[in-house]
Design a protein around this ligand. Structure first.
Ligand code: GDP
Ligand code: MG
Length: 179
């Protein structure tokens, strides 16, 4: 039994093009389930999960979208106060990869914490028709000072790691979460 106290509540966002697997990654992380029938438009909006990292325990409030990302019309309140973001693309969709710059611009415009930690996730690596190499993902992440991992919400690969590494980095960043 883990007796450590929760040290903080963190606001984490999941953004990226519609259909890349944002909701699926979140459900895999919080409930350890995957539903292939899940309609791309049905978002889970908001999930809370407590995570122990590096001897600390953090409560994560993870914000999903309910389809608003389709027209990139997330409101400023969606971004406000977030300490971390997971930016997702589909490794089988060059198109979703090419929209990453637009998402970073939106983040730059609306985020209120400019030392926010960013994690780039290349999802759906279980699929066969890859259009974006791991190297391309890595290069993009390096260029924009992001953490990077490839994952599959379907097989679980990389999912837990993505959230853990993001939270670890947030906790290691002075001034980002302490009150
Ligand atoms: P969102 O619009 O970004 O929230 O995407 P969803 O989570 O709704 O996923 C869109 C579609 O991709 C759904 O049919 C999912 O079942 C499917 N999907 C999501 N993640 C994966 C994955 O890792 N592998 C495969 N094969 N399909 C996935
Ligand atoms: Mg969704």
């Amino acid at each position: 039994m883990d007796e450590r106290e929760v040290i903080t509540t963190l606001k984490i966002l999941i953004i990226g093009e519609s259909g890349v697997g944002k909701s699926s990654l979140l459900l895999r992380f919080t409930d350890d389930t995957f539903d292939p029938e899940q309609a791309a438009t049905i978002g889970v909006d908001f999930k809370v999960k407590t995570l122990a990292v590096d001897g600390n325990k953090a409560k994560l409030a993870i914000w999903d979208t309910a389809g608003q990302e389709r027209f990139r019309t997330l409101t400023p309140s969606y971004y406000r106060g977030a300490q971390g973001v997971i930016l997702v693309y589909d490794v089988c969709s060059k198109q979703s990869f090419s929209k990453l710059d637009a998402w970073l611009n939106e983040l730059e415009t609306f985020s209120t914490k400019h030392d926010m930690v960013k994690m780039l996730v290349g999802n759906k690596i279980d699929k066969e028709k890859r259009e974006v190499s791991k190297d391309e993902g890595l290069k993009f992440a390096r260029k924009h000072h992001m953490l990077f991992i490839e994952a599959s919400a379907k097989t679980k690969e990389g999912v837990q790691c993505a959230f853990e590494e993001l939270v670890e980095k947030i906790i290691q960043t002075p001034g980002l979460w302490e009150t």
